[in-house]
Ligand binder design. Structure first.
Ligand code: 8X3
Length: 254
């Protein structure tokens, strides 16, 4: 059976890991990217055994576009025809005010969320255009809809993901390729621990009183877009917990 291939960045945890599990369960072969190889190797062993699919481990930091190019250019022939690119790798560090935060941390956020996504798009999409087949699914955020306190740089990167998704959709309009921007609200993953610079208690407190989405919940939406009939382009999806209304308004039972 000819299996489809999905490349997922930031696949070692959270939404990326959820996507790996979902696509694997549907019989897709996976190219899994993250910075650290150990978690990817463990996922590979688990998912290959469980679903009889194949996993190619692609360890690099999406900020390092030379490393990304090396790994992707060296893909064995049978792995080159990527059907879906899930640009998921992303983070935020800190909840500082725009005039007080750490510029070095913001470099990491901007370089990952914007420039890393762009580098992967630039590396993978030309092959999709050549093959006349492909789908780019960017993980945006409710944070891209409007700025919120302590989030201006992160919100700006996710607004950029929206512009990059819309721009790519325009640039590909005369091709069969599709572009989707999936914009989650509150998702309970390690993302928030990183946001609070490793303070697990602060992260746990953030989710107290509300049932947040899981990485697996978001993966369902990603897969829905990826598996839609070829003539349907899910351009954007904004999804959030039932008790959340906007990036700043949610109801937490305390
Ligand atoms: C992160 C979701 O709600 O913290 O993309 O902005 S939120």
């Amino acid at each position: 059976m000819e299996r489809k291939i999905v490349l997922i960045t930031g696949a070692s945890s959270g939404i990326g890991e959820g996507c790996a599990r979902k696509f694997a369960s549907q019989g897709w072969n996976l190219i899994l990217n993250a910075r650290h190889i150990e978690k990817l190797e463990a996922l590979k062993a688990e998912l290959e055994q469980k679903y009889g699919i194949l996993v190619y481990v692609a360890p690099f930091d999406v900020r390092d576009r030379k490393a990304a190019a090396e790994v992707l250019n060296e893909l064995p022939a049978k792995w080159k025809a990527i059907d879906v690119l899930v640009n998921n790798a992303g983070l935020v560090i800190g909840v500082d005010k725009e005039f007080e935060g750490n510029l070095d941390e913001w470099d990491i956020v901007i370089d990952t969320n914007i420039k890393g996504l762009l580098a992967l798009t630039r590396l993978v999409v030309p092959g999709m255009v050549e093959r006349g087949r492909g789908h780019i699914i960017n993980i945006g955020s409710i944070a891209g809809e409007a700025a919120y306190p302590g989030g201006s740089v992160y919100c700006a990167t996710k607004a950029a993901v929206k512009a990059l998704s819309d721009g790519l959709r325009i640039d590909l309009v005369d091709t069969p390729l599709r572009v989707t921007n999936v914009k989650p609200g509150m998702v309970e993953t390690n993302f928030t621990v990183v946001r609070y610079r490793g303070d697990k208690a602060a992260a746990d407190d953030f989710y107290k009183g509300i049932r947040a989405l899981s990485g697996d919940d978001v993966a369902e939406t990603v897969y829905f877009a990826a598996s839609a009939p070829a003539h349907i382009q899910i351009a954007e999806v904004l999804l959030m917990p039932t008790y959340q209304a906007t990036g700043t308004i949610s109801y937490k039972k305390r």
